[in-house]
Design a protein around this ligand. Sequence first.
Ligand code: EPU
Length: 420
Amino acid sequence: MESLLIKGGVPLEGEVWISGAKNAALPIMAAALLTPEPCIIHRVPNLSDVRFMAQILNWLGASVTFKDGTLRIEARKIKGYGDYDLVRKMRGSICIMGPLLGRLKRARVSLPGGCVIGARPINLHLKGFEALGAKITIEGGYVQASARRLVGSAMFLGGRAGSTVLGTANVMMAATLAEGVTVIESAACEPEIVDLAKFLNAMGAKITGAGSPTITITGVKELHGAEHELIPDRIEAATYAIAAAATDGEVTIKGARADHMHAVLDKLEEAGVSVVRRGPDLIVSRKGRLRPVDVTTLPYAGFPTDVQAQMMALMTLAPGISIITERIFESRFMHVSELARLGADIEIEGPSAIVKGGRPLSGAPVMASDLRASAALVIAGLAARGTTQVNRVYHIDRGYENIDGKLRQLGARIQRIEDT
Ligand code: EPU
């Protein structure tokens, strides 16, 4: 297994290019199942999650090639069945279900199960499929959806934590090939949903309202091939911005979308970080001493849960108390005990973490538990004195393209090593 070895205390300086968004790539790749014609997707990040999704599409019968950031997917003939061993490894793979149901009118996919950040139910996805007329059965760990015909209808997809990103994506994809009009209320407003709608519309779908809580889909008979460039990864951009602030460096983040990052950039500014917006670039540096800020994660356009761990790492460096409240996933605080190994003082009180910041961090071996927790540990390691070894780096490779290479380019002393 690989680890990252970080010698901390070096301010990050220079430029970093942001990759295409992982969470836009996965549903858009699945959407290519809706047509037998070839689809071309550009700016695709080379990540283990993306390669894994390509394997799933391949297993379903699609031919997939991936070269120099461009994916070509041709799903001439596909089967409507997603095996447990495929789906359990990546929770995001549940988004094959909507396209399979849309195109074949039947889908049988293994229930993904929970993961380290929470239970991750799919009841809202199924509620949406049922509203389109599908019959849902659950047996032997598999969920089956089937319909003679899918018929558009109005539905409310809000859940206990608000909207659902992949639930909205799944229902939107199935509804493109339903008869009549579907209206999703309490739809997710994330930029990745807007990107998916853009791709589906390029395929011939009729979707309006994406980016707002009401999305309207007028069904069409068939979809055709399309070409698309993914939006930049706002979570990756936020992670580098936080790393720049944590190391007291100055980093130009190239090719980002500040308009997708208002909540994060606003919090960073409140914390004493300077963010200069220059077209698609962001220049991030500290203005003086870091200040503690309170953060609550919310669906878009609120502060993203996928940046909560990284922000917490930054707040361990800000003298004073900050309260970080997680409202999306019930157990997304796995990084807290690992940050404590670096010297951070954090207490968990229900859905909140109380960070008493300002103590110097010192390097130690730590264990990555999930993707964003690992990013937080890398940030803390970059800011800490001495050497930090982040174990189980495969978590970070799921969502950050070439993170060690990009950080080295910014002057970080970071090395990937094979554990003995
Ligand atoms: N929820 C339900 N019922 C459902 C679906 C969701 O109650 O049927 C709840 C969840 O338990 C959670 C909340 O709704 O409390 C939001 O979950 P959501 O469905 O929006 O999450 P997701 O679509 O499964 C995507 C991203 C996650 C990101 C979340 C929230 C992908 C592939 N994954 O997951 O990304 O954290 O939205 O923004 O797009 C990551 O990249 O590290 C990651 C975990």
